[in-house]
Each structure stands twice: as C-alpha cells, then as structure tokens.
Design a protein around this ligand. Structure first.
Ligand code: FAD
Length: 548
C-alpha cells in the first residue's frame, strides 16, 4: 500500500537511526517556548528530536503546521537550497535535540543513504503540503490579467517559494508607471515590513531568499538552462565529481514545469507533474553538490581562445564564469502570435504555457488551444478535465496523429467538452484589453468567431540562443548542430579528433535537449541527452587534463 503524503512528510527515525547519525551533530537542550529556528533564517541546521518536541508554526498567523516529536526532524527543501526558511520552530517542553550543521546535510545523505531517503522524501512532501496550506510565505497582490503578476507567480512557483495570491479584479494598468495612479501594480509583501511594487525578478528573488550571490570562478561544467536536459546533466555530472553550475533565467523545470501530467516518462506509470519532476531533480542535484542559480541570463559567451582554456560566460548579474565545459540546454520558446497584435495580452488571456498558474486566471470560461503537438494536447486535456467548460483545439492540418502521441489523441477524441477545428487558423483576436474571442478561418476561407476567455498557444518553436557566438553552427531552423552534423557543417577546428555525439562546432561546448537539432521534443529524450552530454565530457577529460 502506498504511503500518504502526510506519512511520507513526517516519518520518525528509529533509535538505531538516531544513534547512527548522532555523532555527526551536537546534543543540545532547548527550554520550553524557546525558538529553535525562525522564519527568514538562511543556512538552517537539521534538528532531530530525541525527547520533547518542536512545534512548526506559520509566522503570519502563528498557526501550528506540524509537531515534530521523538524521532521527528526539522527541515524541507530549504535545508538543501540553503535559502531562508518560511516557518518558525518553537520547543514545546524541555526538548533534547541533535543539531547537525546544515553544511553537513549532503554528507549525511551520502554516508547514510537509507536514512537519506527518508529525509529527502520528507523534504519533498513537506513542501507540497506547505504550498497546499495557503496563507504561508509571501503575499502577492495583483490582477490575473496583469502579465507582471503572472510572471511573479511563475517565478515563485518555479523556485518552490510558498506564497498566497490575493487576486485583484482590475486589469487596466498593472505596471509601476501606471499613469492613472490607480495603484494596480502588483505588490509583494515579503514580511518584516518589506513590500515591493512591480519588482524586477532580481528584486523579487532577493526578497524571496532565492538569490544568494552572482556566481564567479571556474567550474568543470556550466549548464545553461535548468529544464529536464540541464537538470539531468547536473545530476550525472555532480554525482561523478565534476564541479557543476546550473544557470537559469527563471528557475528550474523548463517547459516540463508547464506540464500538468507527464505520462510518458519511464518509472512513473500514473504520470507525474512537471513541478514534481523539477522538485525531485533539484533535490537530487543539490544532494550531489551541484549549484543552481536563478534568475540569471547569459549576456555573452566568449569561446576558449586556445584548446584547454575555459569558455567565458558573461552573466547579467555582473560576473564572468569560467567553464572548462559548457552545456547549452536552454530549450525552446513558443513562437509568439505577435503578428496579430497580441503582445499586450501576453499572460493576460494569451498564454504560452498551461499550468494551474495560467488556468486559474480564467475560471470556468471557454478556452482555446492552438497547435497539434503533445504540448497542445496536454494543455487541452488539462483544461478540459479541470478548468474549462469547453476547450477548442485549433489545428492547421487535418490529423492530430501526425505530431501528437497516440495515447493523447485517443483521449482528446473521447473528451465530450473538447471541440476540434481542423484545417483552421486564427485570423483575428477579439479583445478590449481583455481577451473575448478569436476569429478563425477554415480551409474553404470561411470565417467564424469562437468566444473564449483564454488562448493557449503552442505553435512552432524557436531555440533560445541569441547570446551564442555565430561560430556555433545551427540548422536552417536555428537549432544547434552536434556530433556528425556539426562536423559536416564545417568549421570544426581540431585535427586530432571529431566532435563527440553532443558536441557543437566549438570544442567542449555541448548542446542537449530541445535546443539541439534533430532532438525529439520530449522529456525522456531531454533527460537522456543530458546524461549523454556528461558522458561526452568524461570522454574528453584526458584532453582537459592534458591541457591543464
Ligand atoms: C505544456 C507542455 C506540456 C508538455 N508535456 C510533455 C509530456 O507530457 N511528455 C513529454 O515527453 N514532453 C512534454 N513536453 C515537452 C517537454 O517539456 C520538453 O521537450 C522538455 O522540457 C525539453 O527540455 P529541455 O531541458 O531541452 O528544455 P526546456 O524544458 O525548454 O528548458 C530550458 C530552460 O532553459 C532556460 N533558459 C533559456 N534561455 C536561457 C538563457 N539564455 N539563460 C539561462 N537560462 C535559459 C529556460 O528558462 C528553461 O528553464 C511538454 C511541453 C509543454 C510546453
């Protein structure tokens, strides 16, 4: 029988287990009512209860969230991220604890894998329960149709920051420069009297405790992009002893984080959400010692001047990272519908992802999805099952099966509230600052109007690599060439070896996942690519060593 999330979140260590890990920490006694740790404290330690108890309370309303008694232990994912914690722990009764320094937690996980498994599963499940509680963490105020509000929510979701969203109804002006002075700019209450208005991602990241410092120095492997390909590469690289730095402009998860249920990823027969995949992957990479930094963008890359020298990544936070190997795993972005003048409705009725963040913005209205790939299919099913009365799928061709997995096609065809519009394309957006509908034209040139409150766009995709130098060869659609294709493109500079399978036309610069030419846009392939890229790095290590 499977354990419930509650059981997984709050296991108790046995006397034997406590005796095993006890020597890694210090035995301390805390008086009744004394604060063991408080919300906002970074670099927290791990506390294991030998007797007495720690009450975990929400600092906003002092509500009890949990009680750790004998054998219980404190902490969640922030023990690994080293970010400030969101709850406060108070001793109830005279309490005897083992205090294990936070910096030793990864060592504990590696030295005692069985105990480590209980801890890691608990950390993961606790964050799920915490997020589900509501009224915890930051408070976000803003309109659902306000792109700035939705970017804030997406950033916090991706970075596992608990928050409560207080939805404002007005949607007319939501930027800080609001000329009407209607005060509709989104605000974030970070606690301790810190309130941000229309914050940049950097300011938000600082207030949420996500941001630690702009990375610098030299690493064995720098990974650009924390989607499935980047996260998989980080796990493999760090577990094999490479110093590994992952950089993402938003946070971990990539496109996969927009998926409500990934059903074709091996090992999860009943599917798992993109958020769950990202949470598991981040815990795994941090356990092995990889470092992840977000939000950070690469502004420029200087490729190694000589073989054996590092590549230089210039970051928008001001520093330069030197990397012996760089993996580009920056995925793709969905092509905008800008030709129809839709940019101001972006996130405000027109979306390029489909998670709860976007879906709850439009309640039970009718919705439309454009596209015929798996992403469009997933989005349509998610909306039809949970959020929309009717979902219209607008498809240019006459057959869903050409680009969508057949399990998804079957499911869509059996959904009574999904309407398919084959041979159709959008010709006009009907809006007045808020989306009201779309005009579509069929193959015979006839037009009709579908009233919808939200439009989800998954048509064609472009790689995210405008910061890469031109010497890195691309295919005709702009995706990166690797291995034999890179060699065939010309420009490979080394006479003593060919590029390895995922190497681009620049030595020690790799590409994996959706950004790569001929990649199959699926989570499983991206994960496999990430692992293969690390295998390439290993193959080339003697070359690195020789160069040093
Ligand atoms: C709604 C939806 C549902 C899907 N459902 C499924 C499914 O059920 N099954 C399946 O197999 N596939 C599914 N997919 C496809 C799958 O998610 C992708 O194939 C996969 O995520 C690709 O992984 P990736 O790591 O290559 O790139 P991505 O997931 O795109 O990740 C790239 C990362 O790079 C970051 N980045 C981009 N540029 C920069 C930069 N300059 N600096 C720093 N960081 C940068 C981005 O922020 C992002 O986090 C779905 C996709 C979507 C959109």
């Amino acid at each position: 029988m499977e354990n419930t999330t509650q059981e997984v979140a709050f296991p108790r260590l046995s006397d034997n287990e406590i005796a095993t890990i006890g020597p890694m920490g210090e035995h301390i006694v805390v008086a009744d009512g004394e604060v063991v740790f408080h919300a906002g404290q970074p670099n927290i330690d791990l506390f294991i209860v030998e007797s007495g108890s720690i009450e975990i309370v929400n600092p906003w309303d002092n509500r009890r969230i949990a009680l750790h008694e004998k054998g219980g232990f404190s902490g969640d994912i922030d023990l690994l991220t080293r970010r400030p914690i969101v709850v406060t722990g108070v001793a109830r009764g005279e309490t005897h604890l083992i205090k294990i320094p936070g910096d030793s937690v990864c060592e504990l996980l590696m030295r005692h894998p069985q105990i480590g498994e209980s801890l890691l599963e608990a950390f993961r499940a606790r964050r799920i329960l915490l997020n589900a509680q509501g009224n915890i963490g930051l408070k976000v105020y803003g309109g659902a149709e306000c792109p700035e509000t939705n970017l804030i929510r997406e950033f916090l979701d991706k970075n596992f920051v608990p928050y409560t969203w207080y939805r404002r109804e007005s949607f007319q002006s939501c930027t800080a420069e609001d000329p009407a002075g209607t005060g509709n700019a989104p605000t974030v209450d970070c606690g301790d009297g810190v309130v941000l208005t229309a914050p940049t991602l950097q300011h938000l990241a600082k207030c949420a405790g996500v941001w630690r410092e702009c990375p610098a120095g030299t690493v064995d492997l720098a990974i650009v992009g924390a989607g499935p390909a980047g996260m998989s590469a980080a796990v493999y690289a760090a577990s094999e002893g490479l110093s590994t730095l992952v950089l993402d402009r938003l946070g971990p998860g990539g496109q996969a984080a927009s998926s409500s249920k990934i059903e074709n990823f091996i090992g999860f027969p009943s599917g798992l959400s993109g958020t769950e995949l990202a949470t598991r992957a981040v815990i795994q990479m941090l356990k092995f010692g990889a470092q992840i930094v977000a939000p950070v963008c690469i502004t420029k890359m200087e490729t190694a001047a000589e073989p054996g020298e590092p590549h230089l990544l210039h970051l928008d936070c001001g520093n330069v990272v030197k990397a012996t190997n760089v993996l580009i795993a920056s995925g793709l972005a969905w092509r905008r519908l800008d030709a129809l003048g839709t940019s101001r409705l972006e996130h405000a009725g027109i979306h390029y992802a489909c998670t709860t963040t976007e879906a709850i913005s439009h309640g039970s209205d009718e919705a439309a999805v454009v596209g015929a790939g798996n992403s469009a299919g997933q989005a349509a099913m998610f909306l039809a099952e949970r959020y929309a009365k009717t979902v219209h799928i607008i498809v240019r061709g006459n057959d869903l099966g050409a680009s969508m997995s057949s399990y998804l096609v079957d499911r869509i065809l059996s959904m009574p509230n999904i309407v398919l519009h084959y041979g159709s394309q959008i010709t006009r957006i009907i809006e007045d600052g808020r989306l009201h509908g779309v005009e579509i034209e069929n193959a015979s040139g006839e037009t009709s109007i579908i009233g919808v409150g939200a439009l989800y766009v998954f048509i064609g995709a472009e790689p995210q690599i405008d910061w890469l130098p031109a010497e890195v060869a691309r295919d005709e659609k702009g995706f990166l060439l690797t291995g034999g294709d890179a060699a065939a493109a010309g420009g490979w500079p080394l006479a003593d070896r060919a590029p390895c399978a995922l190497e681009t036309t620049v030595p020690h610069l790799f590409a994996a996942g959706d950004v790569r030419s001929s990649g199959t846009k699926r989570v499983g392939f991206a994960v496999g690519d990430g692992a293969l890229a690390v295998a390439c790095v290993h193959t080339l290590r003697p070359h690195n060593a020789a160069a040093h």
